[in-house]
Design a protein around this ligand. Structure first.
Ligand code: G6P
Ligand code: ZN
Length: 608
């Protein structure tokens, strides 16, 4: 059963082996726990549920079994573990180590203090892996932008050796395993490992024949090194050093704080107040670490806006030139100018249009491919057409971008990289990693501003100037997303089913001043591996190019969240207030879904 050091030919199976001392495996009887299906981005549940007996263990064992079944020899590579620092992060890490050893893992890398942002995980797997020991995957402990704490949410997701979220065939296999699980393996006798100090902990079996290494690594090192080679830091510093330029980056007490402080304060030499809420807290300071106009309240007020993105009177206070916010695990971003909100869809389009100012793209002969999730506005499509980029429309979920980025490297197909992708849900990134990357988006915007302001003696070209110039050239995709959170799941599902059943009858119908050119349920065929994703959102595509889309969120912790996306393109009339420009189409959208009839409300909980 037990193969000593140096002769490993497959996964170690330690069950029943003797002489292992602290590395002795216990097989614990368990039974399936309902509802362990990973959503858009991992499994998210109430923290208390995760802390319940066997809950985390069942999922982790199911994951190990799926990883092994996919052909990975976990005894050969390293396993990376870290999280966004939310409540239960530290305990979960110790459990995963104990279960990892029992399942044959011999090398672990853990982010110092248990902290790793989602993009940093991706960077570490990709950058550090080849140099040290191949990393076969990572567990990220996060519920992203969901609130944290004992009464709030916890989450876990698995990323594969390309640095990206596990593809659906892996998450489906994990879920299938959770439905049949009858036991899990754990080394209960291992002492709590110090994850606060960088360095190695070695655990040995009593007979000395087996050794396990846990290496606590810098949370920020690999990722920041990568960002330094991606962007022109001296150019960004010249912009930030202008006396008329100030910035504030709100980390919302998530894991992004240490990364933002390292980059903005230590490397770019900016004052401490350039980063706010930059100490990670296990309950995110009681806040909701989601970078949008509703939840990033403090920053939004500093930038002179209200939650609708309308200008407010700040009573003569100086407003920073640039504002940004991050979510709990540091993969989301919100970009603001002085009294100006940049919608995520516009942000994606502008970054794509200016990609050449970023050394990462310039040095590879320029941007080649762009992608957006289906509900994200078509603003980037116009840029792609103009600049001749390959364009992809994928379902919601970052994992769908991974195949496109890896199309050449892994699948030997067409090379779409260098590549930029983004979603309306405040996610933007590129193929420098395989996750969305909040701080990358911030540095991309600072790079654009730096390029637009080569001469410090001239008046500052602002975020607003850049976006308005973009609209003047390409037209404007007015856009809004309405969320109805905490809805009854069965009723919300009936509403979706009804629209799905009616797609044919709705096609060709005229509602108000809109004629529906096509109503359908979005299906995606992955151009790289041909896999098909169905039921990805009900779309009403209007004759005039406007769109109304409905989805049920795949990230809601409890209940159902209905998302309604509204988009209307205006080639010339670019200066209207978005809510006013969209009012007519919003009315039509509410009627099309009959949310009042199904769910008894027309009042969204959040508008972004
Ligand atoms: C996560 C995913 C994104 C997704 C977002 C919203 O952040 O990484 O890819 O767009 O959740 O997903 P949802 O299913 O809740 O609309
Ligand atoms: Zn996130």
């Amino acid at each position: 059963k037990y193969v000593p050091e140096g002769e490993v030919t497959g996964d170690l199976d330690l069950t029943g082996a003797t002489g292992l001392g602290p590395l002795k495996t216990t097989v614990v009887k368990t039974a399936p726990i309902e509802g362990q299906k990973p959503g858009t981005s991992g499994l998210r549940k109430k923290t208390k549920e995760f802390m319940g007996e066997h809950y985390l263990n069942n999922f982790v064992q199911a994951a190990f079994d799926a990883i092994k079944a996919s052909g990975t020899n976990v005894s050969e590579g390293s396993l990376l573990i870290g999280g966004d620092g939310r409540y239960f992060n530290d305990i979960a890490i110790q459990t995963i180590i104990k279960m990892g050893i029992a399942n044959g893992v011999k090398r672990f890398w853990v982010g110092q203090d248990g902290l790793l942002s989602t993009p940093a995980v991706s960077a570490i797997i990709r950058e550090r892996g080849p140099v040290w020991q191949k990393c076969f995957g990572a567990f990220i402990l996060t519920a992203s932008h969901n609130p944290g704490g004992p009464e709030e949410d916890f989450g876990i997701k698995y990323n594969c050796e390309n640095g990206g979220p596990a593809p659906e065939k892996v998450t489906n296999a994990i879920f299938a395993n959770t439905c049949t699980i009858s036991s899990y393996k754990i080394c209960n006798d291992i002492p709590t490992i110090d994850i606060a100090t960088a360095g190695f902990t070695t655990l040995k079996s009593d007979d000395g024949s087996m050794e396990i290494n846990v290496e606590v690594i810098s949370s920020t090192g690999s990722h920041i090194n990568l960002l330094k080679t991606t962007f022109d830091f001296p150019a960004i510093k010249a912009l930030l050093d202008r006396p008329d330029f100030t910035m504030v980056y709100d980390c919302m007490h998530g894991v992004n704080g240490p990364y933002a402080k390292k980059v903005v304060i230590d490397i770019l030499g900016q004052p401490a107040e350039s980063c706010m809420n930059a100490d990670p807290k296990d309950d995110f300071g009681g806040g909701h670490a989601d970078p949008n106009l509703t939840y990033a309240k403090e920053l939004v007020a500093i930038m002179g806006l209200d939650k609708k993105g309308t200008k407010i009177d700040v009573g003569g206070k100086k407003i920073p030139s640039f504002g940004a916010a991050a979510d709990g695990d540091g993969d989301r971003n919100m970009i603001l100018g002085s009294q100006f909100f940049v919608s995520p869809s516009d942000s994606l389009a502008v970054i794509a249009a200016y990609a050449d100012v970023i050394p990462f793209f310039r040095s590879q002969g320029g941007l080649k491919g762009v992608a957006r999730s289906m509900p994200t506005s078509g603003a980037v499509d116009l840029v792609a057409k103009d600049l001749n980029f390959d364009l992809f429309e994928t379902p919601t979920g970052w994992k769908y971008f991974g195949n496109l980025m890896d199309s050449k490297a892994i699948y030997g197909g067409t090379d779409y990289t260098p590549f930029i992708c983004g979603e309306e849900s405040f996610g933007t990134g590129s193929d420098h990693v395989r996750e969305k990357d909040g701080i990358w988006a911030v540095l991309a915007w600072l790079s654009i501003l730096a390029s637009a302001n080569p001469d410090a003696s001239k008046p500052l070209v602002t975020v607003q100037d850049i976006v308005e110039k973009h609209w003047a050239k390409y037209g404007r995709n007015y856009y809004s997303r309405w969320d109805f959170e905490g809805m009854d799941k069965a009723k919300a599902t009936s509403m979706m089913d009804k629209m799905r059943a009616d797609t044919e009858t709705n096609t060709g119908r005229t509602v108000g001043k809109y004629t529906i050119a096509k109503a359908d349920d979005f299906t995606y065929v992955d151009p790289v591996d041909g896999s098909v994703a169905t039921k990805q959102g009900i779309r009403f595509l209007m004759v005039d190019g406007s769109r109304v889309i409905f989805r049920l969120s795949g990230t809601a912790g409890s209940g159902a969240t209905v998302r309604m996306y509204i988009e209307q393109y205006e080639p010339k009339d670019i200066n209207k207030v978005a809510s006013e420009a969209l009012a007519g189409l919003i009315r039509v959208a509410l009627d099309l879904c009959d949310i009042k009839g199904f769910l008894g409300t027309e009042e969204p909980t959040v508008i972004t």
